[in-house]
Design a protein. Structure first.
Length: 205
């Protein structure tokens, strides 16, 4: 199969997987049902993904790659504080969007814990190193002052996301409006600058 044709079929299969996941949950979603909804053969799914867990691991990897691409594009601008201002709302939209929430619900329903481990690893290895680069660039430009870059990146993520993703997973809050994501991102930056050991330009003493 030509690469472009395979890519199209994979998109169709993965779209079908998300649709069934949201409708029936992880336990109620089978490879056969996904194949039927995507109008693909069951053999194709097993050849490409190995099993249902392998398919959902592929979805996690693709979702993480989307976040990475987003941050890499922002990094190219080389204005770290502006990057954080733009990146925060976009990251919230991705992390709190239907697909990310569906994957987290699948991880919660996976008795092996493997999907949860893949999600955790993808987030830490994909987002955190790039976020550290942005923060270090802000420090070099005198916009932020801190001692531990990785700890500061984790603090920023906690301030930005908090328990919102968990609350989305358990159905306590709806998908966020764009205005909410922008306001939340701005507030996270303000709070980051006020934390002990993390000082923004104009506050250094």
């Amino acid at each position: 199969m030509r690469d472009e044709n395979r890519s199209l079929r994979q998109q169709q299969i993965e779209t079908a997987a998300y649709s069934l996941l949201e409708e029936k949950g992880y336990a109620g979603t089978s490879m056969l049902a996904i194949a039927r909804k995507a109008r693909a053969s069951n053999e194709t799914l097993y050849n490409w993904y190995g099993d249902k867990q392998g398919l959902f691991k592929a979805l996690v990897t693709r979702n993480a790659a989307e976040v990475k691409s987003l941050l890499e594009n922002e990094l190219a601008v080389e204005q770290p504080m502006a990057t954080l201002e733009r990146f925060g709302p976009k990251l919230l939209n991705l992390l709190l969007g239907d697909r990310a929430i569906a994957l987290n619900r699948a991880a919660a329903a996976d008795p092996t814990g493997e999907l949860g481990a893949v999600i955790s690893k993808a987030g830490r290895e994909t987002v955190l190193p790039l976020l550290v680069q942005v923060l270090e660039a802000a420090k070099r430009q005198g916009d932020l002052y801190f001692d531990e870059p990785e700890e500061t990146a984790l603090l920023y993520m906690n301030l930005l996301v908090g328990d919102l993703q968990i609350r989305r997973v358990i159905g306590r809050v709806p998908a966020p409006e764009e205005s909410f994501c922008e306001e939340r991102s701005q507030l996270a930056l303000v709070r980051l600058s006020l934390l002990p050991g993390t000082v923004s330009k104009g506050q250094k003493t």
